[in-house]
Design a binder for this molecule. Sequence first.
Ligand code: AMP
Ligand code: MG
Length: 480
Amino acid sequence: MTIGWHFDNSYSKLSNNFKEEIKPTPVDNPELVILNKELANNLNLDFSKIDKKKLSEIFSGNSLPEGTKSIAQAYAGHQFGHFTMLGDGRAVLLGEHLVNKNKRFDIQFKGSGKTSFSRGGDGRAVLGPMLREYIISEAIHALNIPTTRSLAVVKTGEKVVRESLLQGAILTRVATSHIRVGTFQYIAATQNIDDLKTLVNYTINRHYPEIKSSKTKALDLLNLVMEKQCQLVVDWMRVGFIHGVMNTDNMAISGETIDYGPCAFMDHYDPKTVFSSIDKFGRYAFSNQPPITKWNLARFAECLIPLIDKNENTSIKIASEIIDNFQNIYEEKWLNMMRDKLGLFGEDINDKKLIKDLLKLMEKNKSDYTNTFYNLMDIKNNIYKDKNFIIWINNWKKRINSNKTSNQKQIELMKKSNPVVIPRNHKVEEALAAAEEGNFEVVINLLSILKKPYDLQKNSADYQSPPLLSDQKYQTFCGT
Ligand code: AMP
Ligand code: MG
C-alpha cells in the first residue's frame, strides 16, 4: 500500500550551521482530527486506504514515512524590533516531498517536541491554535493569496501546560520552503561568508531559478523578494487580513503567508485595528503592515550587504535605493488592487481620491470592510443611507461610466477581488469551541464555506454577518 511520498532532503544536506538533525518526540495516544484530502491529492498523496489508527501514527510523527531525514531549522529574527536567535523550537521538518519530480514542498510538523532551539519551551502546541492555523491558512489559500497550507491535525492525547491544562496537538504544514528573512539573519550573524553564499544560492535554486546565472545574484534576490512581499501585503490589505506578528522570522522568502499566530480578519474598517493581546503599541496594526514589510525587507537587505558589492558603502547605497523604492511599488500595486475592488478599469487622475473618500466614510461609519465592497457589487442591495455615501456612490458611478468595458466585466472584476465570506472571528471561535469538546462538524462546515470565498453559496448568509457590537473587542493570543 503506497501513499506516494517522495522525500528528498536538500536542506538537511546543508552543514550543521543551518540546522539540527532531530526526530519528532513520539506522543502517547495520537488521534487524527482532520486530514486535507484535497491538498493530499494535489501533492499526489493517497491516504484513502490507510486506517485512522495508522494515519494518527503518521501525522503525529510516531511513525515516520520512509525517506525522511528530519531536522529543526536554525533562524533568528527581530521580534517586535528586538533581535533574537530563534530556530524551530517546536517544529520539525520531515523533508521535502517532490511532486512530479520537480515541485518541492516542505512537510513540517508543528508541535512535535523539543529541539535545541526550544529555549525553555516545551516544544508542544495546543489543539485550538493548530486548528486555527488550519482554518485560516486554508481560507487564505482559497482567497488566492500565497500561503503555507495545512495537511492534517492530530490530537496527541497528552496535556499541555499553558494558562490551564490544554489538549496537545500537531499540525502538518506544507510550504514551498520555510526559509525566512530570519534564516538569512541567523547566517549573517555568524559572519560566515561561505554559508551566506550557500544560503543565497540554495534560495535562488529553490525559489528564483531565473536568476541562477546572474552576475548580481544578491541584488536580484532582494528585488524579487521585495516584489513578492509587496504583492503579499497588498493581498492582505485587499481582504482585511491582519497577520498580527510580522516579526522577521515570520516572513518567508517565498512570499507565502507563514506562521498563523494571533492573525485575524478585520470586521469594521479601522486602519488602526490590532487584535493581538501582545501588540500593545500597534506595531502590526492593519495600516502598519506595508511599512513593517518595508522595515523587514531592510533587515533582509542588511544580510546581503557583503554580497552586493566589494565596497561596503557602495553596497549600502545600492541596497538603500532599492528599499527606498518600496513605497512607490506598494502605492502602485495598492491603487490597482483598490481599483479592482471598485470595478474600475484604466486609470483616472482622481481614482486615489475616490478610494480614500470611501475609506474615510467607512472609517467614520464603522462600516464592515468585507460587506461594504460586497454590497457595492449589488447596488440595488445598497444598505447605506448616509448622505455623503450617496454622493460618493454617484461619483463612483460616474467614474464607472468612463470604463471602456461592459457592466458585466466590471462586476466580474469586483467579484474576483471582493470575498463574500471571510473567516469571521466569532465564527472561527465558535468552531474551535465545538472542536475543544470533540465536535468537529462546525469546523468542517466552516472550512467548506471558506473553500469558495468569492461565491454566494446556499448558506453564505450565516457567515456574512459581522459580530454583534457587544462582541467586537476581539483579542487573539500568540498561538502556543
Ligand atoms: P512563533 O511565535 O510561533 O513565531 O515562535 C517564535 C519562536 O518561539 C520560534 O523559535 C518557536 O520555535 C519558538 N516557540 C514557540 N512556542 C514554543 C514552544 N511551545 N516550545 C518551544 N519553542 C517555542
Ligand atoms: Mg514564527
